[in-house]
Design a binder for this molecule. Structure first.
Ligand SMILES: Nc1ncnc2c1ncn2[C@@H]1O[C@H](COP(=O)(O)OP(=O)(O)OP(=O)(O)O)[C@@H](O)[C@H]1O
Ligand SMILES: [Mg+2]
Length: 258
């Protein structure tokens, strides 16, 4: 399963066979709409796995299942070695704090400043932190996303790219070991998308996170991926590095790379 990294340009660590997420034979339907029909997927520690697939193929559903936001019909989802589909709410919550989820179209709280947005998230999860510790962590995370100067701004004063960065800061402030990114560059111009992709890579290196990155942005896929998977007709249709899939014998797979 593990393939040797060929894309040295990315300079990301070669990942070992140490799975943090293991999905086996995942099925999920909505009425007669059979979305997932036996998805098998593994994310190794320290790895960025990019998931591609046409709109409606079930990418968002898959990562919602990983954090237990969506009940599954059948299958197994192991996170850090434990099957989350068999957990009660309190067990699930313990796992959830170790997973950051950057939602597709995630919104900040409009009535709160950047500091308050980050502080609110942090204090909800770490109630016993002192005001000084909260302030320090907010500043550290804003520095990580390159937006220290935005601390007193309101969301309405931020550009789309800045809002994405603050959304990412809000995910990062809880120091997740796994980050699930749902279309982190959607709606951004090419240059800003590139900056966000850079940031995704920097986060992987700095915080040693393992990630699933769902994207339609092939520049982002190329830049951030250690490995890619393509979802089609409810299953993983193809898997490999960017370079491998770009040269696939399968015309449908290659069509993503044009
Ligand atoms: N809560 C829901 N109730 C019913 N059907 C749903 C629900 N959520 C998703 N679906 C359906 O499941 C399918 C997959 O949805 P999903 O959001 O995972 O697609 P996606 O691959 O993320 O697409 P996109 O690239 O457009 O974001 C779609 O047909 C969608 O209509
Ligand atoms: Mg989606």
């Amino acid at each position: 399963m593990i393939q040797e990294k060929t894309n040295l340009e990315l300079n990301t660590p070669v990942t070992g066979n140490d799975p943090v997420i293991e999905i086996k034979e995942l099925y999920k339907s909505f009425g007669t709409n059979e979305v997932l029909k036996g998805v098998n997927l593994t994310v190794n520690k320290g790895e960025n796995l990019v998931v591609l697939g046409k709109s409606g193929s079930g990418k968002s559903i898959t990562i919602k299942c990983i954090v237990g936001l969506m009940d599954i019909d059948r299958g197994e989802i192991k996170v850090f070695g434990s099957d989350i589909t068999k957990m009660d709410n309190s067990e699930l919550n313990k796992i959830r704090v170790r997973i950051g989820f950057l939602f597709q179209n995630a919104a900040l709280y409009d009535s709160m400043s950047v500091r308050e947005n980050l502080g609110f998230t942090l204090k909800r999860h770490a109630k016993d932190l002192s005001a000084e510790e909260v302030e320090n962590q907010i500043k550290e995370i804003l520095e990580s996303v390159g937006l220290s100067e935005a601390i007193d701004k309101m969301p309405s004063e931020l550009s789309g790219g800045m809002r994405k960065r603050i959304g990412l800061a809000r995910t990062l402030i809880l120091k997740p070991e796994i980050i699930l990114y749902d279309e982190p560059t959607t709606g951004l111009d090419t240059i800003t998308s590139r900056e966000i992709s850079e940031l995704v890579l920097e986060i992987q290196k700095k915080y040693k996170t393992s990630s699933i990155i769902i994207t339609h942005d092939m520049a982002c896929a190329k830049h951030t991926s250690d490995r890619l998977m393509i979802l089609k007709d409810g299953v993983i249709h193809a898997e490999g590095t960017y370079d491998e899939l770009e040269k696939s014998d399968d015309e449908w797979v290659r069509s993503f790379f044009i």
